[in-house]
Design a protein around this ligand. Structure first.
Ligand SMILES: C[S@@+](CC[C@H](N)C(=O)[O-])C[C@H]1O[C@@H](n2cnc3c(N)ncnc32)[C@H](O)[C@@H]1O
Length: 443
């Protein structure tokens, strides 16, 4: 029996995510799945991200309804069960027989024919056990308690310790919902064009040139394809704006290039160099940022192959990404608590090399999309202690500058600050969780 293209694609992607270090967002946009119709692509996206967001809750339901059988299921069998259970429990519009039959067919096609009976029986029991047929969606899918259970306990405990229980609950609840797509539009003419193409935009929550997509497929528009607008979370946009201006700029970890693009737009007269470790990812920066004043260099920021100094250096460091779990839910199942220390050492290595390239009187902006203090203020405090000639500037001054310039729309600067640092928290703010620090080198 044929399986629907959306479910087949979701099954393949979920298997890839479990067996490699690929990201869901990259696989969903890869050429292998570009042939899906917009409706199938939408359903595949919902299935992949939904299963990843609710994985532990789904596994608990599956275990509850699996009285017998092997203790450990093959990955293909478990994935087909998760896919089926997610549709039964979360998607009111999917008929139960379609969810069950396609999962059974998927395990058969994956050469796990002997498990077809288990998949059929478990999914039928899950369907029958829904109270009055009600799904989580009807029962209130955003319940904070339930959201907390869909995160590894060690992560929730960390957030409760650092931010308090109420904020930890808010972060978990934010991670479990589909975040709105935020875009940046520099040219107001693009807004009129989008209106004509039935894309409905709402205002950004923080920034004047940011908009959220309320309806329509932004990726199907000419403006998106021609890169006259780009998709970027508002907190990420704000970090690039905080970095501000310079006549010579080094962006140390630049791909896919969202912040480089804002820097290039705000500094048309500057000489900008964007480093990226992976040459293939460096190409993404070249595609997104067509500015003549930009040079993309494939290099390791721990050993910067440039002798000169810059008056503005950005280190948007590789990090755990715990501020982006609503968009990248697979991270929460991959990350181990011991990874945080390893990431900190890597971030320190990059930062220690980058500060060597700051000219006297120049600035360095360090940022991550991590919620973990070890990757954020702890890194800054260590570097400032050892480097000596740097001081931490108060991000409030730069936020004020952006407010006066009409870039930043919110007047509530306190909520964007944690001491001298810039800090957004998903759930408290309607965007990813970002951290940024600004360091200045003595003249
Ligand atoms: C957080 S992402 C940067 C996002 C980017 N600044 C933007 O706004 O679109 C970190 C990037 O650093 C790259 N990277 C990792 N290690 C690196 C290193 N040692 N040197 C340079 N780039 C590195 C990763 O490949 C990744 O593209």
């Amino acid at each position: 029996m044929p399986v629907s293209p959306a479910r087949r694609a979701a099954f393949k992607i979920l298997l890839r995510i479990d067996s490699t270090d690929a990201y869901a967002s990259e696989l969903l946009h890869s050429s292998a799945f570009a042939k899906l119709s917009p409706a199938d692509h939408g359903l595949a996206t919902e299935l992949v991200l939904g299963v990843l967001r609710w994985q532990s809750a789904l596994d608990a339901r599956i275990a509850e309804h699996r009285a017998r059988g092997p203790a450990k299921l093959d990955l293909e069998v478990l994935t087909a069960l998760r896919l089926g259970a997610y549709q039964l429990l979360f998607l009111d519009r999917v008929p139960a027989h379609a969810a069950v039959n396609d999962s059974v067919e998927l395990v058969k096609q994956a050469r796990k024919r002997s498990a077809a009976g288990i998949v059929n029986a478990v999914l039928r029991r899950i369907a029958a056990a829904r109270p009055g047929g009600a799904s989580f969606e009807k029962l209130g899918r955003g319940l904070a308690g339930c959201a907390g259970l869909s995160h590894p306990p060690w992560l929730v405990e960390r957030w409760a310790k650092h931010y308090g229980h109420a904020l930890a609950d808010a972060i978990c609840a934010y991670d479990q919902a589909t975040p709105k797509t935020a875009i940046r539009v520099e040219d107001p003419g693009v807004l009129e064009e989008l209106k004509r193409q039935a894309v409905r935009l709402g205002p950004g929550r923080l920034l004047a040139k940011a908009f959220v997509v309320e309806a329509g497929d932004i990726t199907a528009t000419g403006a998106f394809r021609e890169r006259r607008l780009f998709i970027q979370d508002e907190a990420s946009q704000l970090v690039a704006l905080l970095a501000g201006h310079g006549s010579s700029i080094l962006d140390c970890c630049s791909a896919p290039g969202g912040k480089t693009r804002i820097l290039a737009e705000g500094n048309p007269g500057a000489a900008i160099i964007a480093l990226e470790l992976h040459p293939r990812r460096g190409l993404l920066v070249k595609q997104l940022v067509r500015a003549r004043n930009l040079r993309v260099v494939a290099a390791d920021a721990r050993r910067i192959p440039l002798a000169r100094e810059f008056d503005l250096v950005l280190v948007d460091a590789p990090c755990s990404g715990t501020g982006t779990l609503a968009r990248n839910p697979e991270i929460k199942w991959r990350l181990r608590s011991e990874d945080i220390g390893r990431l900190q050492s890597y971030q320190l290595e990059i930062l220690e090399a980058a500060i060597e390239r700051v000219a006297p009187g120049g600035r360095l902006v360090y940022s991550t999309c991590s919620l973990e203090p070890e990757e954020n203020q702890a890194v800054i405090e260590r570097v400032v202690r050892t480097a000596g000639s740097f001081r931490v500037l108060d991000c409030r001054t730069e936020l004020e500058r952006l407010r006066l310039a009409g870039e930043l729309e919110t007047g509530d600067l306190d909520s964007l600050l944690s001491g001298p640092y810039f800090r957004t928290l998903p759930g408290r703010h309607a965007c990813d969780g970002f951290f940024a620090a600004i360091l200045e080198k003595q003249p």
